[in-house]
Ligand binder design. Structure first.
Ligand SMILES: [Zn+2]
Length: 207
């Protein structure tokens, strides 16, 4: 819910009952409720841009760790094998499952990476009261991209595989697995911290 507003008298509509209101001025941590049905009209998140920035940076670091370190160490009958996220994807590709390999690559590496980088691109200049070139376009792309960063689905897949293989092999989780689990939480935290209305307002005010 973000509207293009050219004056201070911008209107917002309740997403549940369509009741119109003139946009209220909110302090950090406040939210406005619809007096008709009680739905949240708009809110200002408490942490602001600093928190979202810190969380996006953390995501980037975790993503790096998840790609550099081994995901799992497997030993079957004395043979020890270590696999990373990327070797897994390459292996799937080699075995002919190129569609799945591409999907896993997009969902676990490309989308979270693009999201973190684009978010930093918009938020870092904003932190210093500037606007990145094409910030509106980038931020809109970011919102389109969000559903593709499905780290939790991948995590679930790994857990299923681990449970199934637990009887056949000795499995040892690697640093990347812990990083990935943390990444899953931090992606969700970044989403929750992001004050989308406030960011659109800043983009709108500067352009
Ligand atoms: Zn309402």
């Amino acid at each position: 819910m973000h509207e293009t507003q050219n004056n201070a008298e911008a209107l917002i509509a309740c997403i549940d009952c369509d009741q119109l209101y003139s946009k209220p001025w909110l302090q950090k941590g406040e939210k406005a409720l619809c007096s008709n049905c009680g739905a949240v009209l708009c809110e200002r998140k408490r942490g602001g841009i600093d928190l979202s920035l810190a969380l996006a940076l953390t995501c980037l670091i975790l993503l790096l760790l998840a790609n550099v370190f081994p995901l799992l160490r497997m030993s079957i009958a004395g043979i020890v094998q270590e696999g990373s996220l990327m070797t897994g994807i390459v292996e799937m590709y080699k075995q002919g499952y190129w569609e799945i390999a591409a999907l896993v690559f997009i969902v676990t590496i490309l989308a979270p990476l693009a999201r973190a980088l684009l978010l930093l691109y918009v938020l870092i200049p904003m932190r210093f009261n500037r606007l990145a070139p094409r910030a509106a376009r980038v931020f809109r792309l970011l919102e389109t991209l969000s559903p593709w960063a499905m780290t939790e689905v991948f995590m679930l897949g790994i857990l299923v595989a681990v449970v199934k293989m637990a009887d056949l092999a000795t499995l040892q989780p690697g640093i990347a697995l812990y990083s990935f689990a943390a990444l899953m939480l931090f992606v969700a935290a970044t989403d929750a911290s992001l004050d989308v209305d406030n960011i659109w307002e800043k983009i709108g005010a500067a352009s």
